[in-house]
Design a protein around this ligand. Structure first.
Ligand code: BES
Ligand code: MN
Ligand code: ZN
Length: 501
């Protein structure tokens, strides 16, 4: 979809559709007021009759409104004016775009971006309008024999800003929003692909392809032999039961002005998690194709920052493999040696994410990073703790955790910090190895993070447990593209901030 920024009166737009807001209790927004005046009170007449009350997300499509140059006027309910915040703004844009995409308008001018949102500037409104619009029209149809056809899909959106002086901020925000949306779409496509297509080698190929498309990105793929030579026994123990070879994907992007230390993103790339010998129940096991969504979000963020040519130094590390049972699979009780030299008793082969991340986190040390953030669909317990709203943040640096939580708030891709206190560590004690890969059921997300913390002592590190937010279940089943917005917002806020190398 194409986006442009404009400043001007709604009644003067020659467009297939002009979209304006109405607040709850029938109060017209400024742009609805202008249409009302141009049409001799037509809008207020409709509102008086009770056809549009202004309830958040409600819609009313009008044709041939007198005094205007557009074919249609779309009224969007904004809810109560004093409650119009981030969520309400996004809901209003989403319902406008969804309706436009289902009706005959292939193009429209949206005035919702002129409405004041508490604590947010015009750039925020534009960026979020673009992201929400792209999200609302996203479809995953590559595996269908015949894609469902939208008659005249929405092709072009013009977003209105209050003043001419807002145009340049609006344009920059459009570019940001689009780059983030493209990163999300990329991550979602990878997440939605089935495990028989999206294998570790497929992920590696997509990384190489990304590097061809963006010359600022360098991609390097390590195969089994090199992974063995690095001593990644923890990672490799997870691949034992699988016929698909593992891949270790390295992405490098450096446009930092004075050579700065890199931010390292580490992604969990389990392309299917059956649980291994500690096999999962059959119900919903298909959803474990999404167990590579951490890896997908790392690839997505690389697309975003490369598209924006951001002045950052970023490294992406993805450990990719399948977790399957077989006669060769790792068994409960097996002891493996990680790249760090620490030995791990694998009490549960379904706690495989932490085993592959452990070695990737050790590999990260060689970059002398400014900070390392790993992204993983790590535990079912985080879904119980935070539901599908926020991902969990764990960190050995409170400043880093705060920055990530703040970025999540700005990006409306929220994250919430959980503790990493010493007291939780003892659950991992083992009588046979340096430690075990699981503790009890209690505090499962925290003890998983505790396990990772044993491999991250040499740098500032945060762990995002995205198991609750990376995909949706139910009728909208599918990958969400989260936490690409959070990661991109955080990284972009760090431009120029890293210490010199
Ligand atoms: N990929 C899963 C986490 C998961 C489970 C995400 C369900 C979303 C929904 C992970 O590899 C896993 O299996 N974790 C186990 C850990 C346990 C064995 C300590 C879990 O959460 O049950
Ligand atoms: Mn598992
Ligand atoms: Zn898993």
């Amino acid at each position: 979809m194409e986006f442009t920024i404009k400043s001007g009166s709604p009644e003067k737009q020659r467009s297939a559709c002009v979209v304006v807001g109405v607040f709850d209790n029938r109060k017209l927004s400024l742009s609805a007021e202008l249409i009302d005046r141009a049409s001799n009170g037509y809008i207020s007449e409709i509102i008086r009759r009770g056809d549009m009350e202004g309830k958040l997300g409600s819609t009313l499509l009008l044709h041939n409104v007198r005094g205007t140059l557009a074919d249609r006027v779309l009224l969007i309910g904004l809810g109560k004016e004093r409650d119009f915040r981030d969520k309400e703004f996004r809901t209003a844009v989403r319902s406008a775009v969804t309706l436009l995409n289902e009706t005959g308008s292939y193009e429209a001018v949206i005035y919702l971006t002129e409405e004041k949102v508490k604590r947010r500037e015009v750039a925020w409104r534009v960026e979020h309008a673009v992201i929400v619009a792209m999200d609302a029209v996203y479809r995953f149809e590559q595996m269908k024999s015949e894609p469902a056809e939208v008659r005249r899909p929405l092709r072009k959106l013009t977003l209105s800003v209050p003043q001419r002086s807002d145009l340049s901020d609006g344009e920059a925000a459009t570019a940001r929003g689009l780059a983030i949306a493209h990163g999300m779409d990329f991550a979602r496509d990878l997440g939605n692909l089935p495990g028989n297509v999206c294998t570790p080698s497929y992920l590696a190929d997509r990384a190489l392809e990304l590097a061809r498309e963006f010359p600022d990105i360098k991609a390097r793929i390590l195969e089994r032999k090199e992974i063995e030579d690095l001593g990644m026994g923890s990672f490799l123990s997870v691949t034992n039961g699988s016929e698909q070879p593992p891949r270790f994907i390295i992405l490098e992007y450096d446009r930092s002005v004075r050579k700065q230390r890199p931010f390292v993103l580490v992604g969990k790339g389990i392309t299917f998690d059956s649980g291994g010998i500690s096999i999962k129940p059959a119900t919903d096991m298909d959803q474990m194709k999404f167990d590579m969504c951490g890896a997908a979000s790392v690839l997505g963020v690389f697309r975003t920052i490369a598209e924006l040519k951001s002045k950052l130094n970023v490294v992406g590390l993805i450990a990719a493999c399948e977790n399957l049972p077989s006669g060769r699979a790792t068994k409960p009780g097996d002891i493996v040696k990680s790249m760090s030299g620490q030995t791990v008793e694998v009490l549960n082969t379904d706690a495989e994410g932490r085993l592959i991340l452990a070695d990737a986190l050790t590999y990260a040390e060689r970059y002398e990073p400014e900070a390392v953030v790993d992204v993983a669909t790590l535990t079912g317990a985080i879904v119980i703790a935070l539901g599908h709203v926020a991902c969990g943040v764990f960190s050995n640096s409170d400043a880093l955790a705060r920055a990530l939580v703040g970025a999540g708030d700005d990006a409306y891709d929220r994250a919430w910090q959980l503790p990493l206190w010493e007291d939780y560590q003892e659950g991992l004690n083992s009588n046979f190895a340096d430690f075990a890969n699981v503790a009890g059921r209690a505090g499962g997300s925290i003890t998983a993070a505790c396990f990772l913390s044993r491999f991250t002592k040499k740098y500032d590190w945060a762990h995002l447990d995205i198991a609750g937010i990376a995909w949706k279940d139910g009728k909208d089943k599918g990958a969400t593209g989260r936490p690409v917005p959070l990661l991109a917002t955080w990284l972009l806020s760090q431009e120029g901030n890293a210490a010199p190398q």
